[in-house]
Ligand binder design. Sequence first.
Ligand code: PAF
Length: 276
Amino acid sequence: MEIIKTVEKLMEVAVRERAAGKTIGMVPTMGALHEGHLSLIRRAHKENDVVFCSIFVNPVQFNNAEDLEKYPRTLEADVKLIGDLADYVFAPSVEEVFPVAPTEVYDFGTMANVMEGAARPGHFNGVGVIVRRLLEWVRPHKAYFGEKDYQQIAVIREMCAQCRILAEIVPCPIVREPNGLAMSSRNRRLSAHEFETAANIHRILEASKQCKSVPEIQQFVESEIAKIPEFQLDYFEIADAKTLLTTDTLNNPNGVMGFITVYVGPVRLIDNIKYR
Ligand code: PAF
């Protein structure tokens, strides 16, 4: 595996691999890698001749300075974990990616303005800015993203449609800790007690599958979350799996998902569940 620091080198290598007829898989990450990321990289490795993994804590997708500052940066350990699963790791500086502050403003439609879009103004615009650059520089055949950030995948698909980026976007299932907590780089900021408590998020969502209607699910999840003193619910929405707009029926033809965001102490965790 080769570590690349500059955009020029990244593009040169990607063009060379493409010209040699290789299929290219790309896994964009912000580092602090865990089994969830590794599952994406392994899949990319299995499905492509060459794999690029990027490690870049993208400042323009953070709407909270403290969150950006506290985001774990563990490049050396990340590179070790990746080992030979990726052929290239792109780990640029902020100045390399943004020689000037980016000014692009996207309109990804209503789907990007609900849930994470509403809770974190500017977040999805920042995701669009970085993912577009990465995909245009590498031009992978396939790009892999985890379904924990389900709404992010919808936004990235929309960005690709608007910007005529032809990479196939491959969604990959959530990977969980043995206690059920969705894997996240933020989990390492939890105390041992918070880590165990946080497992209740998934437990409650799973239990809510027994409910018979949207209002019943809503009421059940909100009241169960409220019982746990360490939890502060940011939102729980039951939404159409395609449009991501709230739905009041489980008989929605596009499928129905539950999306939750909970503060466990100062750490903001997200998860989701498929109902139909
Ligand atoms: O999901 C993430 O880790 C980030 O949002 C991504 C897609 C790497 C863009 O910075």
